[in-house]
Design a protein around this ligand. Structure first.
Ligand code: SF4
Length: 440
């Protein structure tokens, strides 16, 4: 058995698609497609609202997004999104809410009127509707709503609205401070003065935490560029920094000069320097914080930590209930205009066996380099220590993980192989397909 585990581990390490993504062999999920409501009976959850419009369409983007600027298209999107949310709240009583994120795309790419509508709509999820007998859900103790913006599309008016509607956390992707690197990826560049001025205005409007996203492992990205971007972070000192390894899962191939070793080295540079600046994290985590928190919104945290269910609204949004997942239509679509507006609100539902749900949980948890055995047992419906006894023993023998109480934590040595570690917790079907693909 150890040989089999070792073979799978090596195969996953050689496969660039093995990271936090799951499933890798998507076609095999089709057999789970079912006419069911995966959110039925789920009363404690988080919410996510997807706004798929962006001012620039970056080459590396893995999300569903369309060119912003067509007002009638954006108006219609919001109308349909509102209907989708109203329909859900009228039919699904929710007693507790853990998180609420508005993401995309770029929510701030909407014009001021629609931007305000989306903030109002998000808040309505927390307010209930006494006329319709819908009671307001109780927020979890660490509930924190969050919105994504870009410094290219934000302005004073939208900043005031963020404050007025009570959003205390804002997340913005800057990815890199190299203009040439960003432009090669079709992305807009904002200078440090401009970013600093907007951050100041956000704080003045009532925002308490700003997260800035960075990327590493991009084509032509070197240590000098990473250090230059970190110099800017040191000047801006956002409360949180999230670092993302560039993924090539949707691209035909990975550039030859980008490999796991290089990405690992770049992670080490980011980790060490962010810690020197005073940020808290743990090696293997992709979030860094100056505050007493986990460095992410409560929606993301509860999804990663315990696999708390979440309901996503909008095109391509993903939801996870206790029996499966669903994807809104047009997932991973890369078009200028939304081809079928009526597709908003329609989704494909997958009733998943517990093994698939467990694999998804562990894969997502790899962003934090840690997962919980009690959460895994709950999802599996059986003792995860027994179910994955051989996998856990192998990873412990290689010193790739440690286990303390319920926490499985990836070690510094193991982080080099985080994608292969996750693959050991995949379902048997996905594992077999990976090995099959290796053998050609
Ligand atoms: S990376 Fe962000 S800004 Fe760029 S296309 Fe994707 S969602 Fe839009």
């Amino acid at each position: 058995m150890k040989e089999k585990i070792e073979e799978l581990f090596r195969a996953a390490d050689r496969n660039p698609k093995c990271n936090t993504a799951y499933p890798i062999f998507k076609k095999k999920f089709q057999r789970y497609e079912a006419d069911c409501d995966i959110m039925e009976g789920v009363s404690e959850l988080s919410y996510y609202i997807h706004i798929p419009f962006c001012s620039h369409l970056c080459n590396f983007c893995e999300y569903t997004r369309f060119q912003a600027g067509d007002k009638s298209q954006e108006d219609r999107y919001l109308e349909l999104l509102t209907a989708q949310i109203r329909e859900f709240t009228a039919t699904h009583p929710v007693s507790k809410v853990y998180g609420l994120d508005i993401g995309g795309g770029t929510p701030s790419a909407l014009d001021e009127t629609n931007f305000e509508k989306i903030l109002k709509l998000a808040n309505s999820l927390l307010e209930g509707d006494p006329d319709k007998g819908i009671t307001a859900p109780a927020p979890a103790e660490d509930f924190e709503k969050s919105i994504e913006i870009s410094f290219t599309t934000i302005n004073e008016e939208k900043i005031s609205l963020i404050g007025a509607y009570g959003f205390k956390r804002v997340s913005a992707g800057i990815q890199s401070m190299s203009r040439s690197l960003l432009e090669k990826q079709g992305r807009a560049y904002n200078g440090i003065q401009e970013i600093a001025a907007y951050m100041k205005a956000l704080y003045a409007a009532g925002v308490e935490k700003i997260n800035l996203d960075l990327m590493y492992g991009m084509p032509d990205q070197g240590e000098d560029e990473i250090n230059g971007t970190l110099d800017v972070i040191e000047m801006l000192k956002p409360q949180q920094v999230t670092i993302y390894e560039m993924r090539y899962n949707r691209m035909k191939s990975k550039p030859e000069n980008v490999d796991r070793e290089l990405q690992y080295d770049q992670y080490c540079t980011l980790y060490q320097r962010l810690l020197q600046m005073g940020y808290k994290s743990r090696f293997g985590k992709n979030t860094f914080t100056l505050c007493e928190d986990h460095g992410v919104s409560s929606y993301i945290w509860h999804r990663m930590d315990q696999g708390i269910p979440y309901k996503g609204f909008g095109i391509s949004a993903q939801s996870m209930g206790s029996i499966g997942i669903s994807y809104g239509s047009l997932k991973n679509t890369d078009l200028k205009d939304i081809p079928e507006m009526s597709a908003i609100g329609t989704s494909s539902n997958y009733r998943l066996p517990p093994e698939e749900m467990a694999a998804k949980y562990v894969s997502i948890a790899m962003y934090s380099g840690c997962f919980r055995l009690d959460a895994l047992s709950r999802i599996l419906g059986r003792d995860s220590r027994e179910y994955f006894a051989e996998e856990l023993a192998y990873l412990l023998s290689q010193e790739y993980i440690t286990i303390h109480d319920n926490y499985v934590t990836v070690t510094e040595k193991g982080f080099r192989f985080y994608g292969a570690i996750a693959a050991l917790f995949w379902s048997d079907t996905q594992k077999a397909l990976l090995l099959q693909q290796e053998k050609g």
